[in-house]
Design a binder for this molecule. Structure first.
Ligand SMILES: NC(=O)c1ncn([C@@H]2O[C@H](COP(=O)(O)O)[C@@H](O)[C@H]2O)c1NC=O
Length: 513
């Protein structure tokens, strides 16, 4: 099917029969002879398109309940013939050269994600269709291959532009798409077969994704970026967010939205977080309502909140919307918005209003690294409760202070290391993030808090020296939660005892890089 030739033979075998009659009519009108599998052929004939059934052409019926339909040398030699050098063999066995392969596959993916029995799912593993696509794509020098219904319009356009033929560039592009389609299809089967038995860090991994959208910019304006939906089992995971209003999302917006939503998902009670450059500059919970949590969170560090991203784990009220509208923030994210709140938020042209479904994230975290390296690890899904806290000082924290310690620890989990969080009454009052020395993070958090009297402190990793405890004591910190495990734990605990500070170990480090 070169740019100058017209007519030829088309093999059509489609599960999804959308628009196939229209395409078949189009190619038949350009002199193509059509060979088709049983149901496809029946449909085309009903639509008045001349088509020959594969079984009539090969002389073999469909067999094994449709497991063997097109798997025949007359079909595959017709597709795989390599130009003139194979013509004599085609003649010898009365085989027609096939120029156009139009196939779409059994919907394995939709079956695999239902509760269908294994036998039923297995029958959805397409063999013949994949083989036809693979053969057609291999022979793109001579054959045009169409692997899905979305390419029909493009094919008709291409043929109209080229006197009923296709160009090599077009065939090559479609061949590439075909191999992507096949490999995506196969990786669904791989994931389904592995199922829950998939080893934690397998020897081979297949990462597939489907582009959801291009992003406005990458981490910086000169970097291009897009967001993909990855397949972790046999279906793509949609992003659990929906942008309802505002400027297009950027790479950093999505990173910050994830942090913001992950923090508020730590709490069952109403919670609000404010994120700036991946770190929280305001987090609060409330036993009253989300309005109260908002007020507590936004007053943590109002200066840093400028241009931040706000997440709520409850519906945004009109009261919150007015307050959001009064400050400059990039985005507000919540599971829902009151009607009146939306009216207020929509008045801000650029403000991104994002609805999120309950927080979910893939169990695995990936990061590209040196050369073609890819780092993969399990997500930090640790959850520490009161019973996990080990008291190591003589002083015991009151139940209220214990609640603050847990709150501070949960926030600290989402702060870039070295991470220190000061908290009081269910509210972060000072955050020290991303410092290369822990004691610097402590000093920063104290400075941000301004007044740490009676507050608690959480640290994402052990204190290597007692200096941080001295600083905390001077600032008025009453209790500390940290993993423990330093060579100098003894000195650190002594420093806490000397200052009348209650200290608890989690036994679990929570670095965040
Ligand atoms: N086994 C085969 O030889 C075979 N050849 C083509 N198919 C598939 O059969 C389907 C179309 O069949 P029908 O036209 O009968 O609805 C297509 O999705 C095609 O991918 C086959 N089925 C599964 O492998």
């Amino acid at each position: 099917m070169t740019a100058s030739s017209t007519g030829g033979t088309a093999l059509i075998s489609v599960y999804d029969k959308t628009n196939i009659e229209k395409l078949a009519q189009f190619i038949a009108a350009r002199g193509f002879r059509i060979i088709a599998t049983k149901n496809t052929c029946g449909l085309l004939q009903q639509a008045g398109v001349a088509a020959v059934e594969v079984s009539e052409y090969t002389g073999y019926p469909e067999m094994m309940d449709g497991r063997v339909k097109t798997l025949h040398p007359k079909i595959f030699a017709g597709i795989l013939r390599n130009g003139d050098s194979h013509n004599s063999e085609l003649d010898r066995f009365s085989i027609d050269a096939i120029d156009l392969v139009i196939v779409n596959l059994y919907p394995f993916q939709s079956f695999a994600t239902t509760k269908a029995a294994d036998g039923e799912v297995v029958e959805q593993i397409d063999i013949g269709g994949v083989s036809l696509l693979r053969a057609g794509a291999k022979n793109f020098q001579h054959v045009t291959v169409i692997p899905d219904v979305h390419e029909y319009e493009g094919l008709m356009q291409e043929m109209s532009n080229n006197q009923g033929a296709t160009t090599l560039g077009y065939r090559r592009r479609l061949a590439a798409k075909t191999f992507a389609t096949i490999s995506s299809y196969d990786s669904c089967i791989h994931a389904w077969l592995n199922g829950a038995e998939a080893p934690d860090m397998p020897q081979e991994i297949i990462i597939r994704g489907r582009k959801i959208q291009d992003l406005r910019i990458g981490e910086n304006p000169h970097q291009k970026a897009a967001v993909y939906s990855m397949y972790h089992d046999s279906s793509p995971m949609a992003l659990p967010i929906e942008q309802m209003h505002g400027k297009e999302l950027s790479f950093n917006n999505i990173v910050d939205i994830e942090s913001a939503v992950a923090i508020v998902a730590e709490f069952d009670v109403p919670a609000v977080s404010v994120i700036k450059h991946g770190n929280p500059c305001g987090v609060a919970v409330s036993s009253a309502d989300i309005d109260d949590a908002y007020e507590k969170a936004i007053t943590c560090d109002p200066k840093s909140s400028f241009g931040g991203i706000i997440a709520c784990n409850r519906q945004v009220t009109e009261e919150i919307a007015h307050k959001v509208a009064d400050v400059f923030v990039e985005a507000v994210v919540a599971p829902g918005f009151a009607e009146d709140a939306l009216k207020v938020l929509y008045a801000k042209k650029n403000l991104r209003v994002v609805r999120c479904t309950p927080y979910t994230a893939s169990r695995l975290v990936f990061k590209s690294t040196l050369g073609s390296g890819l780092l993969m690890q399990e997500r930090n899904c640790s959850a520490i409760g009161i019973d996990d806290l080990l008291k190591v000082t003589t002083k015991t924290a009151s139940p209220m202070v214990l609640q603050d310690l847990l709150f501070a620890w949960r926030v600290c989990k989402h702060v870039k290391s070295n991470a220190i969080v000061m908290a009081r009454d269910g509210r972060a009052i000072g955050v020290g993030a991303g410092q290369m020395s822990r004691v610097d993070s402590v000093e920063l958090a104290i400075k941000k808090a301004q007044d740490c009297t009676g507050a608690v402190m959480a640290s994402d990793a052990f204190f290597p020296f007692a200096d941080s405890i001295h600083h905390a004591a001077t600032a008025g910190i009453s209790a500390i939660v940290q993993p423990g495990g330093s060579l100098r734990d003894k000195e650190v605990i002594e420093a806490a005892n000397d200052s009348g500070i209650a200290m608890y170990f989690t036994g679990l480090r929570s670095f965040c890089h």
